[in-house]
Ligand binder design. Structure first.
Ligand SMILES: Nc1ncnc2c1ncn2[C@@H]1O[C@H](C[S@+](CC[C@H]([NH3+])C(=O)[O-])CC(=O)[O-])[C@@H](O)[C@H]1O
Length: 324
């Protein structure tokens, strides 16, 4: 798939599904995105895609390190150029990836999150899957590896859309698509068997509305897989941080696990369950060559790693599953 055909490839791939009934609405949202994506960086990111090596990769594997092509597929000069092109898409947050032997060691070990989630969810085989807030699309490739029929990711951050296309262009036949939209831009499709949303709820101003928006993407009986920051506490406890949480400005609500289960029930999900809980470590989220900015270790209290530098409990994440 080339960057020029991403929309038509998506439309074609959805023709046989209920999603096709929403194509008019989706097409206007996608066209609006293209019309406003005239920012200089975006022009550069789009152009740089055409500087990626124009060859068929000899191998690919969508395991812990999403790997496309082998080092030997390229000659020395091409390798140097590839590294330079990929550097234009920094910071690389979610991965890891390996493209023709170039290891992109991302800020996050997103493979660790996937290993925590995958044992607890319904098998993805033969399911249509949506990932809301998919970042670089790392987990989209992992979902495809689990034999999902179709995988669609949405995320409004333009850089991540272009990062995804650095890989997707080499995998023209996999049924994985990326729509550069926010959850609020999606019409109610009611057509996904599994909806994932990992690491997004705390960025939403209205978390209950967000849960409703996720619910209206699911078929009846479909499974929600939700991962989010949590605090210790009872049903009544939810942290609403001040200006920043772990230096992030756009963090609104961090519920206790008990409160999260109440929220899921309130919006009508069935059988909500907490399936995993994990404290984020500085091995999982850290500064790397591909994300040279500050990372988790800079956001924790140097005297007490159980606290963020603002004095809140340090990041703990939990995964929940529930049904529509
Ligand atoms: N309105 C919105 N609609 C959809 N996505 C949004 C919206 N606003 C922001 N995002 C996107 O949500 C993602 C959150 S990151 C989780 C990535 C991956 N899921 C992970 O679990 O590793 C976690 C973090 O950065 O804290 C970013 O890619 C945003 O662009």
């Amino acid at each position: 798939m080339s960057i020029n055909t991403w929309k038509t490839d998506f439309y074609r791939a959805t023709l046989d599904s209920d999603l096709s009934q929403q194509l008019n609405n989706l097409a206007s949202a996608l066209n609006a995105w293209e019309d406003k994506s005239q920012h200089a960086d975006q022009k550069m990111w789009r152009k740089q895609l055409s500087h990626l090596p124009n060859i068929n990769p000899s191998v690919f594997s969508l395991g812990d390190i999403v790997t496309i092509g082998a080092e030997d597929d390229l000659v020395e000069g091409e390798k140097l150029r590839l590294r330079q092109v990929l550097q234009n898409y920094m910071p690389w947050r979610k991965g890891p990836f390996r493209l023709f032997g170039v290891d992109i060691n991302t800020e996050w070990r997103s493979d660790w999150k996937w290993q925590r989630v995958i044992p607890h969810i319904d098998k993805l085989e033969n399911r249509r899957v949506l990932d809301v807030g998919c970042g670089s699309g790392y987990h989209l490739f992992r979902m495809a590896q689990e034999n999902a029929t179709q995988v669609i990711g949405i995320d409004p951050t333009a850089l991540f859309f272009y990062q995804f296309h650095c890989f997707k262009r080499y995998l023209p036949t996999i049924n994985v698509h990326y729509l550069p939209l926010g959850v609020e831009d999606l019409p109610a499709t009611n057509c996904f068997d599994t909806v994932f949303s990992m690491g997004v709820l705390y960025h939403r101003l209205d978390p209950l509305l967000f849960l409703k928006q996720l619910k209206q993407q699911l078929v009846k009986g479909g499974q929600l897989v939700l991962e989010t920051l949590v605090i210790d506490g009872n049903q009544q406890q939810v942290l609403m941080p001040g200006e920043r949480y772990a230096q992030m400005r756009n963090v609104y609500f961090i519920p206790s696990c008990e409160a999260m289960l109440v929220w899921l029930k309130k919006v009508g999900f069935n059988d909500p369950k907490l399936v995993d809980m994990n404290t984020t470590t500085t091995d999982e989220q850290r500064t790397t060559e591909w994300m040279p900015n500050h990372s988790l270790s800079n956001f924790l209290d140097p005297e007490d790693k159980a606290k963020t530098i603002e004095g809140y409990p340090s990041p703990k994440r939990a995964t929940f599953v529930a049904y529509k």
